[in-house]
Design a protein around this ligand. Structure first.
Ligand code: UN1
Length: 511
C-alpha cells in the first residue's frame, strides 16, 4: 500500500527473484545462455537469473537503433527531455525495489543504495535540462548580409554505453540518458555483475516513454562481446567508465576498425591522494578519511588511496584513525547498523586480499578491521591501513577499502606534489589545511579533475560538482557538468543564400 513504510517495502523485495535478459525493441528476450546471479553478501543466495545476449540479438539491436536514429534525432529535444523527467519520477516511485536490488546484486549499504538512486534521478533531470537548453534552438550566427547562418547541435548516431558495476544505476543511466538527451539512440552494455539492475532501469525507461528502438540493452558475459560491440561499424560513439587498461583497449579497437572516426568518452581509474598539513583539524581529517577511503568498501574511482600527513600531526591522526576503524561495522548491507558491505565478487576479493598480504610484508600495518562469522558468507575485505614510504610502492590502483599513509616533512611538500603527479592519474584530490596559501598551492599544482578542500573527496553532486579526471583518469568532459552533452553531439552549420530566396520572392510577387 501507499502508506507502507519504506523499510517494510524494501524488505518485501528482498525475497524477490529477478529474471532478466537483453531488451531489444522494447521486448525482454530469453536466450539459451543463462547464468545465476548471486548475492555478494551471502554467496549461497541466488537472487535471480540473467539471459546473455547472443550474436544475432546484438546485430538486431544495433541495426534497429541505427534505423531509428533519424526519427529520435528529429524528435524535439523538449520531448526527449520529458521522457527523461518521467523516468526520474518512476525511479523515485520504484525506489524500494531498486534499493533491494542494490543490496542484493551490488552489495550496497542502505546509505549507498539511496545515494545511488538519488544520483540516477539527478542525472535524468540534469541532462533533460541540458537537452532543452542546448538542443532545442538553433544558434544564429551573425554574418554578411545576403546569407543566413545558423548552428545546430544534433545526435551522432548509435552511441555505445559501457558502464561499471560500482554505480550500476547512476553511471549506467547517466551515460544512457546523456546519449539519448543529445539525440542519439543507445546501445547499453551494463557490467555483467549488475545486469539485473540495468534491465530494471531500462524497463522503467520504456515505461517513461522512451521508444524501444532508441534504447537497446545488451547484457553480455566476458570481454569478447564488448570488443565486438566497439568494433561494429554502426557505432558512432562510445561512453565508457571502468579501468584505464580497458579504455586503452577500446581506443585501440576504435583505431583499427573500419568506418568513421568516432569519439570515446572515458572515465577511468585514479590513485587519489589527500594531503594533510599540520594546521588541519585531526578529528575532521579522520572523519573524512574514513568516508573517502572505506565508504562503499572503497569501490569508487574517486576513493582516497594515499594519505600524505605532515609528520608533526601524523601520530595523532593515526591514533584517531585506529580508533575510528575499530568502530566500523562490516556486514549485511540491508541492515542500518552496517557501515561497510562486501566487495563485488570473488575475483575482486582475491585481488585485494593478495595486495593486503603483500603490504603486510612490504609496509607497516596501521589498522585492520576484523571479519566476523557473518562476513564469512560473502566477499568481504576488511578495511585496512598501511604506512608506506612512497607512492611508487603501489604498482596500480587497488579498488577496495585499503588505505596507504605516507608521512612527509613540511619542506618536502613540493616533492609530495611531484610524487602524486608522477602516477599519471588525475582524478580526485583531498586537502586538509587551515592555511589558505598552502591549500591553494597544492590545489593548483596537483593534477586532479576534482579537488576537495577540508572535506571528504567522494560523492560529487550532479550539476553542482561536475565529475571527471585527466591524464590516465579519463578524457573528460565531466559527467554531471554543463559540457558533457556536447561530446555526445555533432554540429551542423546551415548557410542559406537569402538573396536567391529574396529574388524568387520578388519575381513571384511581381506575378
Ligand atoms: C566511479 O566511481 O566510477 O564522486 C566514478 C564520486 C562518484 C564517483 C563515480 N561520482 O564519488
Amino acid at each position: 500500500s501507499i502508506n507502507q513504510p519504506f523499510e517494510e517495502k524494501v524488505q518485501s523485495f528482498l525475497c524477490k527473484q529477478w529474471t532478466k535478459g537483453p531488451i531489444v525493441d522494447g521486448k525482454l528476450l530469453e536466450t539459451d545462455d543463462i547464468s545465476d546471479i548471486n548475492n555478494p553478501f551471502q554467496t549461497s543466495d541466488v537472487i535471480g537469473q540473467i539471459h546473455w545476449s547472443d550474436d544475432e540479438i546484438i546485430q538486431q539491436a544495433i541495426a534497429s537503433a541505427r534505423d531509428f536514429f533519424p526519427e529520435w534525432n528529429n524528435t524535439p529535444a523538449g520531448n526527449r527531455a520529458r521522457a527523461l523527467e518521467k523516468l526520474a519520477d518512476l525511479l523515485e516511485d520504484n525506489r524500494e525495489e531498486l534499493v533491494a536490488l542494490c543490496h542484493k546484486e551490488a552489495g550496497k549499504t542502505i546509505h549507498d543504495a539511496i545515494d545511488e538512486i538519488r544520483e540516477a534521478v539527478d542525472f535524468c533531470r540534469y541532462y533533460a535540462i541540458q537537452a532543452r537548453e542546448k538542443f532545442s534552438d538553433v544558434m544564429v550566427m551573425p554574418g554578411p548580409t545576403g546569407e543566413s547562418n545558423e548552428l545546430r547541435l544534433c545526435g551522432r548516431g548509435v552511441f555505445l554505453c559501457i558502464s561499471p558495476w560500482n554505480f550500476p544505476l547512476a553511471i549506467f543511466l547517466g551515460q544512457v540518458t546523456a546519449a539519448l538527451a543529445a539525440g542519439n539512440t543507445a546501445i547499453a552494455k551494463p557490467a555483467e555483475q549488475t545486469s539485473l539492475i540495468a534491465a530494471r532501469a531500462i524497463e522503467l525507461m520504456l515505461e517513461a516513454g522512451v521508444p524501444g528502438q532508441a534504447i537497446q540493452l545488451l547484457p553480455c558475459e566476458g570481454s569478447k562481446a564488448g570488443s565486438a560491440l566497439v568494433s561494429h561499424p554502426d557505432i558512432a560513439g562510445v561512453a565508457f567508465t571502468g579501468s584505464t587498461e580497458t579504455a586503452r583497449l577500446i581506443n585501440q579497437t576504435l583505431a583499427n576498425r573500419s568506418g568513421p572516426i568516432i569519439p570515446l568518452i572515458a572515465e577511468t581509474g585514479g590513485q587519489n591522494a589527500m594531503i594533510v598539513d599540520s594546521t588541519a583539524l585531526p578529528e575532521q581529517v579522520v572523519n573524512d578519511v574514513v568516508k573517502s577511503a572505506f565508504g562503499s568498501a572503497g569501490q569508487r574511482c574517486s576513493a582516497l588511496r594515499v594519505l600524505y600527513v605532515q609528520e608533526d600531526i601524523a601520530d595523532r591522526i593515526i591514533e584517531l584513525l585506529q580508533g575510528a576503524m575499530k568502530e566500523l561495522v562490516l556486514g549485511d548491507p540491508s541492515q542500518h547498523s552496517t557501515d561497510i558491505g562486501p566487495v563485488i565478487d570473488e575475483r575482486a576479493r582475491k585481488g585485494l586480499m593478495a595486495h593486503i598480504r603483500r603490504m603486510k610484508k612490504d609496509a607497516t600495518l596501521v589498522a585492520e578491521c576484523s571479519l566476523t562469522s557473518q562476513t564469512d558468507m560473502g566477499h568481504f575485505v576488511p578495511p585496512t591501513a598501511f604506512e608506506i614510504r612512497t607512492i611508487g610502492q603501489l604498482e596500480k590502483e587497488h579498488f577496495g577499502p585499503i588505505l596507504h599513509i605516507i608521512r612527509y616533512k613540511a619542506k618536502e611538500l613540493d616533492k609530495v606534489i611531484e610524487e602524486i603527479n608522477s602516477t599519471g592519474f588525475g582524478l580526485t584530490l583531498g586537502v586538509h589545511s587551515r592555511n589558505e596559501v598552502t591549500s591553494t598551492r597544492i590545489q593548483q599544482s596537483v593534477h586532479a579533475g576534482n579537488a576537495y578542500i577540508n572535506r571528504n573527496q567522494i560523492g560529487a553532486v550532479v550539476g553542482v560538482q561536475p565529475f571527471g579526471g585527466q591524464g590516465l583518469s579519463g578524457t573528460g568532459p565531466k559527467a554531471g557538468g554543463p559540457h558533457y552533452l556536447y561530446r555526445f553531439a555533432t554540429e551542423k552549420t546551415l548557410t542559406v543564400n537569402t538573396t536567391a530566396v529574396g529574388g524568387n520572392a520578388t519575381l513571384l510577387s511581381l506575378g
